[in-house]
Design a protein around this ligand. Structure first.
Ligand code: SF4
Ligand code: SF4
Length: 364
């Protein structure tokens, strides 16, 4: 396993990290097996978030081995009381006294950055929690590259999580060079584009430099081939899935020609498979975060994870499909011709059902 200095933190971390989201739908015993296997393979970066609903499983699995790993958590709340409560719960669930990194989760815009960083803003609370020793470093995660670059420039975040895969390459031109220039850590998220690259090789194999590769291998290797990616998070549901991605990390990086081949073949893979989170459909005149809706759809329909959307529904209370005027702009822009308006309606319906006490965790 290759290791990196994580920005200016002084932490040495494995280039493959373990993502915490998919553990929400993974049985406790399998989470423990995957985590122990990860540590045995030399991985030491573990991601978690209050929203994912998997902290309890991760904490139990790390019992007795906590000091051997770098543990990152995230908080999506934006009021002091909620943040303190949330961190308290995270620490208790993760069975630890401190988090190595605590992220402002899902920073949405430069305006929000300004708000949280202003005097009296919640970033001051994060800094106080750091002084108290409850967190060691402050990071930021999100999907808006401009906001993430702006966050790095403030000098108040040592680490950034940004989306990066062969279909979503914006970070390579913005967040990644900024993190390098400013000596901050860069952790790649969505390396498999929400499962789009997990398509079985019999349906779609990548031909790269004369080799035939499964999509997950091609995408993960593409991400790790960027030398400025410090850590690529592997979102796995089993020890076996983890082993496959760890094996990819020992392969030589793609050269420019091989990377271009992966990108070219990814475009056709993306068509008809689902939302790649590319953001080309934005901005929506009604202010709707369209890629977020497609993430909700994945959580609800494919992962059957109810906790994440339930919490974000309450946390953000953003305009949902009622705000859509059906102007059609997004549909014209989406390179994959996705049924955006119908998706908004479906997610709205599922989210409403989820708040109902009779919701059965089995959306159609
Ligand atoms: S159709 Fe709806 S979601 Fe799409 S851009 Fe127009 S208002 Fe926004
Ligand atoms: S809906 Fe289409 S354009 Fe919008 S983020 Fe998804 S794939 Fe990209």
């Amino acid at each position: 396993m290759e290791y990196r200095e994580l920005g200016s933190t002084g932490l040495t971390v494995s280039r493959v990290g373990v993502g915490g989201f998919a553990f929400a739908i993974t049985p406790r015993r399998e989470v423990a097996r995957a985590i122990h296997r990860a540590i045995d393979l030399g991985l030491n970066y573990f991601d978690s978030a209050r929203l994912y609903g998997s902290e309890g499983k991760i904490g139990a699995a790390l019992r007795g081995r906590r000091e051997r790993v770098v543990l990152a958590g995230k908080c999506h709340f934006r009021t002091p009381h909620e943040i303190e409560e949330s961190l308290h719960t995270s620490l208790s669930q993760l069975q630890t006294d401190y988090l190595d990194i605590y992220h402002v989760h899902d920073l949405k815009s430069e305006a929000e950055l300004e708000e949280i960083g202003a005097p009296g803003g919640i970033l001051g609370l994060y800094e106080e929690l750091k002084r108290q020793g409850k967190i060691r470093f402050i990071g930021v995660s999100g999907h808006d590259s401009q906001a993430l670059v702006g966050a790095l420039k403030t000098g108040r975040f040592v680490l950034v999580y940004g989306r990066y895969n062969p279909l979503a390459r914006e970070s390579a031109a913005s967040v990644i060079p900024a993190s390098r220039r400013l000596r901050r850590g860069f952790v790649a998220i969505s390396a498999l584009a929400w499962g789009i690259f997990s398509v079985p090789p019999e349906h779609h194999a990548f031909e790269v430099g004369g080799e035939s590769l499964p999509g997950a291998t091609a995408a993960f290797r593409y991400v790790l081939s960027n030398p400025d990616v410090d850590v690529a998070l592997a979102g796995v549901r089993s020890a076996e899935e983890l082993e496959e991605l760890v094996a990819v990390s020992s392969l030589p990086p793609f050269g420019p020609e091989q990377s271009a081949q992966v990108v070219a073949q990814s475009e056709s893979l993306g068509k008809g498979q689902g939302c790649t989170q590319c953001g080309v459909c934005l901005p929506c005149p009604a202010g709707i975060d369209i890629p977020l809706y497609f993430r909700y759809l994945t959580y609800l329909r494919d992962y059957r994870a109810t906790q994440y959307p339930a919490l974000t529904w309450q946390a953000y209370a953003k305009p949902f499909s009622e705000a859509c005027t059906e102007c059609g702009l997004c549909v014209q822009r989406c390179p994959f011709e996705l049924p955006i308006v119908e998706t908004l309606r479906t997610v709205d319906r599922l989210a409403r059902e989820m708040r109902h006490p009779t919701y059965q965790d089995e959306p159609d």
